[in-house]
Design a protein around this ligand. Structure first.
Ligand code: ADP
Ligand code: TRP
Length: 356
């Protein structure tokens, strides 16, 4: 019996921040370290997804390599044969399956996708000067690539028969679409695809980490995100420990003068407690207990800043030791094996739809 597959992709549009690290990377790296005897782990860079909204293409290669190094520095075991690390565009079956699935996907269905509505309108709504800067062109429209994003994502998942796909809430709709299109194709053509578990089942499987949302330090009502306007509320994995400390020290808090974990009434303080707990490898209750009675936010922040700085220092030390040759050979061996698996699934689909 082959192992159940746990699969996820992290885009390489920008530097990764501690929200990506704690919410997405660490859970899958932990799985890879502790569960690889039971599951196959696929971690990949959806590089074709990275320019569904405009980017600086001259930086993409380096950003991909940098993010791969971050995966390794986060502890992804590169020497484990049950762990596969690859780039989407190196496996042509992703693109080919997308083209086929496109013809079984409704226009209306894609138009309803929240991400398309949000990111599409954001791009269109940019001031003309901004657009010119990004594109060096006077006009820009939301791309067909952005519209088709979920179909490519479905292909990413279905090619490898993945059952478990850890993603953030914002991607749940795409996962549900993957289940829909898989079911639809199976009804029409027989058992072609493994349908991934429902979002609810995924949450049960991955436990608490799934709902994690680290907040922007400057505006704790928003999640920490690469897309936020200012970098001041974001701690990037490559920020120097000193820079990170400053960001923590100037984090938005409140005037209640007490340290409690109460995301609703004390979102800024709760966010800092959450970060403190995760980086200290302890439950948030423990961190909260540690600071109970503290009335001076400056002192509390300084302790959080210390934990963050220590973590970043150690992380960046590991990052500087990542050997690109080891990474490169892991990519090559994974891409070779995954090309075979993906090609196999694609061949079944091509046969089913009458292309072979
Ligand atoms: P961003 O919003 O920074 O562009 P992405 O949408 O590319 O991040 O998300 C990449 C992964 O990181 C997703 O699985 C997402 O759920 C996770 N993630 C992003 N931001 C956070 C956050 N603030 N807290 C926890 N997890 C996050
Ligand atoms: N859309 C995901 C994100 O923005 C990235 C992604 C692309 C992905 N293909 C995937 C995640 C397949 C899981 C499975 O975070």
């Amino acid at each position: 019996m082959s192992k159940d597959v746990i699969l996820t992709g992290l885009r390489a549009n920008n530097e990764l921040h501690i929200g990506n690290y704690l919410g997405a990377l660490l859970p899958i790296v932990d799985m890879a370290r502790t569960k690889s005897s039971e599951y196959q782990i696929n971690l990949f860079i959806p590089d074709l997804h990275s320019f569904t909204t405009p980017i600086d293409h001259s930086k993409l290669q380096e950003q991909i390599m940098q993010n791969l190094r971050v995966f390794a520095a986060a502890g992804l075991p590169l020497d484990n044969d049950n762990v596969y690390l690859y780039r989407q565009s190196y496996i042509p079956a992703h693109s080919e399956l997308t083209i086929i699935l496109n013809s079984f996907t409704g226009f209306g269905e894609m138009s309803r996708m929240t991400q398309f509505k949000v990111k599409g309108s954001k791009v269109v709504a940019l001031p003309v000067d901004e657009l010119k800067k990004i594109l060096n062109k006077p006009r820009f429209e939301a791309s067909v690539g952005l519209f088709d994003y979920p179909v490519l994502m479905a292909a990413d998942i279905l090619l490898y028969k993945a059952k478990y796909v850890p993603v953030g809430d914002d991607q749940s709709q795409h996962l549900e679409f993957t289940r829909d299109i898989a079911g639809r194709m199976n009804n029409k053509f027989g058992d072609l695809f493994t349908v991934p578990k429902s979002v609810k089942e995924q949450h049960a499987f991955f436990g608490k980490d799934q709902g994690l949302r680290i907040k922007d330090l400057q505006d704790p009502s928003k999640k920490m995100s690469k897309s936020n306007d200012s970098d001041k509320g974001i701690i990037f994995m490559t920020d120097s420990p000193e820079e990170a400390k400053k960001k923590i020290m100037s984090a938005e808090t409140d005037s209640l003068a007490k340290v409690t974990f109460d995301p609703e009434n004390q979102p800024g303080i709760s966010n800092l407690l959450q970060i403190h707990a995760l980086l200290s490898n302890q439950a948030v209750e423990e961190s909260t207990k540690q600071f109970t009675g503290q009335t001076k936010y400056g002192e509390f922040k300084a302790e959080v800043a210390e934990v963050v700085a220590k973590f970043l220092g150690e992380f960046q030390d590991s990052l500087s030791k990542v050997d690109d040759n080891t990474l490169q050979s892991k990519l090559e061996s994974s891409e070779k094996s995954m090309n075979e698996v993906a090609q196999n699934t694609l061949a079944k689909v091509q046969k089913a739809v009458g292309l072979r």
